[in-house]
Each structure stands twice: as structure tokens, then as C-alpha cells.
Design a protein. Structure first.
Length: 333
């Protein structure tokens, strides 16, 4: 038997996916669940209807996982910005710095911000395309997703500013012009404390030099109290992205549950086959369509591992809609 490729790709054949529909041409076909470690004769034959539903479910799970992964990339890049700011303020507390060190830190934070903005753009471009792939452009699910995206833009200044900064950083200049370090004594307690904070500053003057910077957003920034700090705007943008992603998950929820159930049922069918009791659903099982001459037309790997990875991503990034109301402190009790 031919060697199977990774589970995300069908090997070869005539399987196509448009929305919810997968069509496979041909006649005198044989449909099997086969463990790629063992012989074909060890497999379980399934109906054409079950095969088509399994293939649809696999394609859907792969699509959802891609969206969850790009959202995870985005959130990891955001985490690196926050981590870099914590590192910067800790260094400011411990070490003496000169202009060279401050320039290095400004360059470092700009690099991480630009990485984040690029990944956020990837998510905002790819997620709606995957919604169209799954449900179609005229579906209520896609429309709900677009409504939430527009709502976040309209209601959150941080969302509007970060979207404009992303375009600015790609085509004109750095998103951050300076970094503000503060050290304030807190005397309203029995034991006074010296609190160190950091916040990057958006240079309005630099944005004004970019004649293509969105005027309505620039006017909003000009109207804010100077200097314009970056951190609160960033966290509001994260709130918006989190709410958009929650909408994505809500729209695919029913279809996701159904697809997982189809795959888990098929895996259990193979595991429960007489003589297979010692095996688990973690072993790679291939859904195969054979032509009449036993040539493989379509194959797709399924097992519990790729379902577990999707669950992991959804669990990991499950609470990202109120980031702007929370912050980390190293103060001791």
C-alpha cells in the first residue's frame, strides 16, 4: 500500500470541498478504515455514505484547526510584547541605561509589535475566508462573523488605531516612536513602595508625516491627551480580536461537534473490530477509497491526536475577551 501523507491533505483523487459538500466521482469503489501499520486485510469496510461524511468531517476539522493555529500565533506574538515590556521595566529597575540601551529597547519592542500586527492581519484575512469555505459567502454564519468584525472596529478605538498602525508599519515607519519609563513612590500605605512602569508612546508627529495614514484615526489620536500611550490601545485591540474569535467558535460549534462525533465513531469502529482490542485510537487510521483494481484514489488519516490538538488550542486560548481590564504586577503581598 502507498505511504500515507500527513492527515491534513488528501493524497490524490477527485475529492473536492465546496461549503458542506464533498463529491467523489467513480464507480465500483471500495471504502475502508485501514491502520497504515498493518495490512489492508486488517481493515474495516464502510459504506460510501459514511466515507463521504468522514471525508467532509476531516476537511472541516483541518480547516478549523488552521484558524485556531493562526489565532494562537497571533496571541503568542501578543504575549511576547507583554513579556518584553515586563523585561524592559525590570531592567530599568536594576540597571543603569544610556541612549544606546533605550534605542535597543525601542527597536526590540517595535520588532515584536510588527510581528504581532502581521499575524493579526493574517488571522483577520484568513478566518473569514475559511468561514466562506465552510458555510458559503451568503450564509448567516459568515454574516454573523462579519458583523462582529465590524462591531469591534466601530466600538473600540484601540482596534481602529492598531489596524491603522499595522498599515503604517508595513508601508511607512515604526509603530512606536518612544518608550516612557516611570518610577513613582506609593506612600499611601504603611510601607512605601517604589513602583516602576513602562509604556511605549505612539509618535503623532511621525504619523502625520505619512500622508496615507487614515485621517479619521489620526484625528482621534490627536484628540487624545498627549502623550498617546500604546499599552491600553493594544489591550483593547486584543479584546476585539478575542470577541471576533469567540464569534467564529460560536458559528462553527454545532458543525464541529457533529464532525468530531463522526470521526470518533469511525475510530471506535476500527478499535472494536474483533482482534483489534489491544489497539487504541491514537494509532494512525486511514480512511481510504479504492478503485476496483485496489489502486488508492483518496486517503485521509484520522486519529485522536489531531482532535486532541484542536481541543488543546481551544482550551489554551479560551479567555481573551477582557484583557484590557487585567494586568500583571510583581508586587508582593
Amino acid at each position: 500500500m502507498s505511504r500515507a501523507r500527513p492527515w491534513r491533505g488528501a493524497r490524490k483523487g477527485t475529492a473536492t470541498c465546496a461549503g458542506d459538500q464533498t463529491r467523489i466521482s467513480g464507480s465500483q469503489m471500495k471504502y475502508m478504515l485501514v491502520n497504515i501499520i498493518y495490512a489492508v486485510s486488517d481493515g474495516v469496510e464502510i459504506s460510501e455514505e459514511r466515507f463521504i461524511k468522514l471525508l467532509e468531517a476531516c476537511i472541516f476539522i483541518a480547516t478549523v484547526t488552521e484558524v485556531e493555529e493562526i489565532f494562537d500565533f497571533c496571541m503568542e506574538n501578543y504575549y511576547e510584547i507583554e513579556l518584553e515590556m515586563l523585561s524592559m521595566v525590570q531592567r530599568d529597575l536594576l540597571f543603569s541605561s544610556d541612549d544606546r540601551e533605550y534605542s535597543r529597547m525601542r527597536g526590540q519592542i517595535n520588532r515584536k509589535i510588527m510581528n504581532f500586527l502581521s499575524s493579526a492581519k493574517s488571522y483577520l484575512d484568513q478566518a473569514p475566508l475559511r468561514m466562506v469555505d465552510i458555510f458559503g459567502k451568503t450564509s448567516k454564519e459568515f454574516k454573523s462573523f462579519k458583523i462582529e468584525t465590524n462591531r469591534s472596529y466601530d466600538q473600540k478605538i484601540g482596534y481602529r488605531v492598531l489596524e491603522a498602525l499595522r498599515n503604517h508599519s508595513q508601508h511607512y515607519g515604526y509603530p512606536v516612536g518612544a518608550i516612557n519609563f516611570e518610577a513613582v513612590w506609593q506612600t499611601d500605605r504603611e510601607q512605601p513602595r517604589h513602583v516602576f512602569t513602562v509604556d511605549p508612546i505612539i509618535s503623532i508627529e511621525n504619523l502625520k508625516k505619512n500622508k496615507r495614514f487614515k485621517k479619521s484615526v489620526l484625528d482621534e489620536l490627536v484628540s487624545l491627551k498627549s502623550p498617546v500611550y500604546f499599552k491600553s490601545l493594544l489591550r483593547e485591540y486584543i479584546d476585539g480580536l478575542g470577541e471576533i474569535h469567540e464569534t467564529f467558535r460560536e458559528q462553527i460549534c454545532e458543525k464541529l461537534s457533529s464532525s468530531i462525533a463522526k470521526i470518533e465513531t469511525a475510530i471506535q469502529m476500527y478499535v472494536d473490530r474483533p482482534g483489534n482490542k489491544q489497539r487504541s485510537g491514537n494509532e494512525p487510521i486511514v480512511v481510504i477509497k479504492y478503485k476496483s483494481d485496489n489502486e488508492v484514489a483518496v486517503e485521509r488519516i484520522i486519529n485522536t491526536e489531531f482532535l486532541d490538538f484542536l481541543r488543546y488550542l481551544r482550551f489554551k486560548n479560551r479567555n481573551l475577551t477582557n484583557v484590557s481590564t487585567r494586568f500583571v504586577s510583581s508586587e508582593y503581598s
